[in-house]
Ligand binder design. Structure first.
Ligand SMILES: Nc1ncnc2c1ncn2[C@@H]1O[C@H](COP(=O)(O)OP(=O)(O)OP(=O)(O)O)[C@@H](O)[C@H]1O
Length: 509
């Protein structure tokens, strides 16, 4: 093909395929609605490799495919020319290619597998470099002078990773040398045969010149075929991994039943739960129910399973045993997206999108400026609405031009505004005020829990002062329900709860 044309076609294909594959990877992520895939480190390894190869591997299929076909045709033509004089030299030359090609393929496969296992290290290497280069960890990295250790860890890991690859390279070099030696031996013999035939005048002198050019062309075509087809094979292995990823599905399926806007009751019946790829059971035989309009507080020590319970209620995971029922039917029977449309949440590890204030609140749902403003106001951010330097279009990150940096508490309020904006029937709040000052905290709880009559609200809190707003409190200890009742009743009937509440009360007085 004409080189400039080939270059531009290759450029266009590279762009299109990169876009196509990355979009497909993102769409695949949309299919995987459970969080279980994120508990599997192999997922990150495979994804890293697929993302890294997205821009060039598929194009290699075409580039090397075309090169192999071109060299194959040249080879056949040249060998048939040679066969006209001496067919068995042509056959021997051809046979030399087979074992060498096979061994080359094997090495190439090893090189590919090394790269795949290496991707575990590649991710670690990426992480180590971003630790020192990114803004996120800049403060602690500098305070604790993490530079020398991180750099030396990077260098050691890099050396380790290179070791395997270098071994493969050496093998490749040996295989190429043996291949070359065989070709030289066969060609040498061929040259001897042609030269003797010319001296005995059984063939003309021109045949010797033809033999020399055939040998040059055959050996270069053979080398191209073997090398390019092994690179082609390498790209095919990548495509195979990509297809496997595309076909990947977990056991997590959406049902078809519609919620029809009625989340009247959510019931947990003998629910136990162990995270995927983990052995330890986190929740044990949980039984309780939430009725429409109720305000339920979940309290308990760190690690007692409060956030895990919220994840199950939102169906990010399914229980390992027992069932969660929505309006009397198994939650798994319901259309997942439809169910989640009825929910809203402010997570403990809420997202800080590097997008505009408007996007951060509306998150691509139907935009309604007035409602965004009301949500910000209810979340305690009315100061934002008066600030001349902040508009709804302002990007909430200094990494982008004109962006602003928010404080931890302001970020949490933006996350709360996002929850308020949705106006969903059921609201989950996982430690919604951890970073918020006492005055705002009170206001927020009032806004959420007192002035939200019809809404069902489940909130996790360590601040026991907030439990006064709850109809019922679920008291968790080591993944077990220790009590489920009103604050008043628990204070009377549950000594652990009573002690925990009083301890915190004393700390504040
Ligand atoms: N993805 C996960 N895979 C395996 N174990 C996990 C995972 N996420 C959490 N855990 C474990 O589950 C347990 C409960 O965690 P969870 O976040 O539910 O506790 P919590 O009560 O919300 O704690 P906190 O008050 O500190 O927020 C912890 O021991 C934690 O290590």
């Amino acid at each position: 093909m004409v080189p400039p044309l080939a270059t531009s076609i290759q450029g266009i294909l590279t762009d299109k395929l990169t876009g196509f594959i990355n979009v497909n990877l993102m769409k695949k992520s949309e299919d995987l609605q459970s969080l279980s895939i994120f508990d599997n480190s192999t997922y990150f390894d495979e994804l890293q490799m697929l993302k890294d190869g997205a821009s060039w591997r598929p194009v290699n299929l075409i580039v090397f495919g075309v090169a192999v076909i071109q060299s194959g045709l040249t080879l056949i033509f040249m060998l048939s020319l040679l066969a006209r004089y001496n067919w068995w030299i042509a056959i021997i030359l051809f046979l030399v290619m087979i074992p060498q090609s096979l061994s080359y393929y094997r090495i190439q496969q090893q090189a590919f597998e090394t790269m795949v296992t290496r991707s575990k290290n590649a991710r670690k290497l990426d992480y180590l470099s971003s630790l020192l280069l990114d803004r996120k960890d800049a403060k602690e990295v500098r305070l604790f002078n993490m530079f020398p250790t991180v750099i030396s860890r990077y260098i050691n890991l890099f050396k380790d990773t290179r070791k395997d690859v270098d071994q493969i390279r050496v093998k490749q070099m040996y295989a190429s040398s043996i291949f070359l030696a065989l070709v030289v031996a066969v060609s040498g013999y061929g040259f001897y045969w042609f030269a003797s035939s010319v001296s005995q005048r059984t063939i003309g002198a021109g045949a010797l010149l033809m033999f020399i050019s055939v040998i040059a062309s055959v050996s270069s075509s053979l080398a191209t075929i073997v090398e390019d087809s092994s690179l082609l094979y390498d790209s095919l292995l990548w495509v195979e991994k990509y297809n496997r990823f595309e076909k990947y599905h977990d056991d997590f399926k959406s049902g078809t039943k519609q919620v029809n806007g009625n989340v009247n009751q959510i019931q947990l019946v003998h629910v136990s739960f162990t995270y995927p790829f983990s052995k330890k059971e986190i929740l044990h035989n949980i039984n309780f129910e939430i009725n429409k309009g109720e305000k339920i507080a979940i309290v308990g020590e760190n690690g007692s399973g409060k956030s895990t319970l919220i994840k199950l209620l939102m169906r990010f995971y399914d229980p390992s045993s027992g069932e969660i029922k929505l309006n009397g039917k198994n939650l798994k029977d319901y259309d997942l997206k439809d169910y989640r449309d009825n929910l809203s949440a402010t997570f403990q590890d809420y997202s800080r999108f590097k997008l505009s204030l408007l996007d951060n609140v509306s998150v691509f749902r139907k935009e309604n400026m007035e409602r965004v403003k009301v949500s910000l106001d209810k979340a305690g951010l009315n100061s934002f609405l008066k600030d001349k330097n902040i508009s709804l279009q302002t990007i909430l990150s200094k990494e982008f031009a004109g962006g602003v940096e928010l404080s931890g508490g302001q970020w949490q309020k933006v996350a709360l505004a996002r929850g308020i904006y949705s106006d969903a029937q059921v609201e989950f709040l996982d430690e919604p005020t951890a970073a918020i000052d006492a005055n705002s905290e009170n206001e927020i709880y009032k806004n959420f829990l007192v002035e939200n009559e019809g809404k069902t609200i489940v909130f996790v809190t360590h601040r026991l002062s907030a439990v006064k707003y709850a109809d019922k409190i679920l008291f968790l200890q080591n993944g077990k329900v220790q009590g489920f009742d009103s604050h008043k009743n628990l204070m009377k009937s549950n000594t652990d709860y009573h002690d925990m509440y009083n301890l915190q009360k004393e700390a504040y007085v």
